[in-house]
Design a binder for this molecule. Sequence first.
Ligand code: MG
Length: 296
Amino acid sequence: MKFISYLYKGKEGYGIVDKDSIVPMDALLNQLGKEVPKNLLEFIETYSDSLIEDLKAILSKEGLEKIPYDGVKITAPIPYPRRNVFCLGKNYEEHALEVKSLPSGEAAVPKYPIYFSKIAYPCIGHRDKVIIPKEYSNKIDYEVELAIVIGRDGRDIPIEKAEDYIFGYTIANDITARDIQRKHSQWFKGKSLDTFTPVGPYIVHKSQIGFPVELDIACKVNGEVRQKSNTKHMIFHIPYIISDLSRGLTLRAGDIILTGTPAGVGMGFDPPRFLKVGDVVECYIEKIGTLVNTIE
Ligand code: MG
């Protein structure tokens, strides 16, 4: 089940992708006699896993109101997260080795997760433009990442219960200004510039992904494959991340966690290959889809 947020005829909406159509959530929830949360974030904050089964049953009915997938402007699934987006740095070994020079301590491959956060307010959506702030940076880089969307509040989550706290998964591109990142001794600002967090095109419910999460992940720039791996190669896996991050820190429904990027980022090449105006970046994850953004 793919949850999508969109603009249709100038109005914000959200719903479920059904082949080449979208079924608006109000059409589905009205049939169940349920109140309709204002947006996908509020839906995630109030849903329960049993509702997913009810939605599936209604989706199989004839005569549902649908809108054409090609007729909407897709937005980020959660354009305005309530808090910063959580991120992991250096969570694939080959990537950790290619970026040794980044400030984060001596060890190339981390012994403990490197957590940081970025402001994504808003996250931009599928086919939106990443704008290079040319007066401040000319070393803009891509990072395809699997993003976890948390489905319920939790603190001190046991590792074996981690999946219960997940709503689903989406794709993010953790755009980074490497010159700003390197100048500061931490990563926050170089990753928090406006338009630097494309997310989408939609959130796939966890029931369609399976556990453990082992998905091919790739990034192309202008059609050329730059990153290619599988999420099974993460150093710190999803249950560990959720359990460890939630120790003494309550995760909230709707929180987004970016799980790190595989090798092949622009700064890993010699000479580096940073993004330029006009570039098209495609971030792909198996079973989820492709998030496409152009650079301006
Ligand atoms: Mg990253």
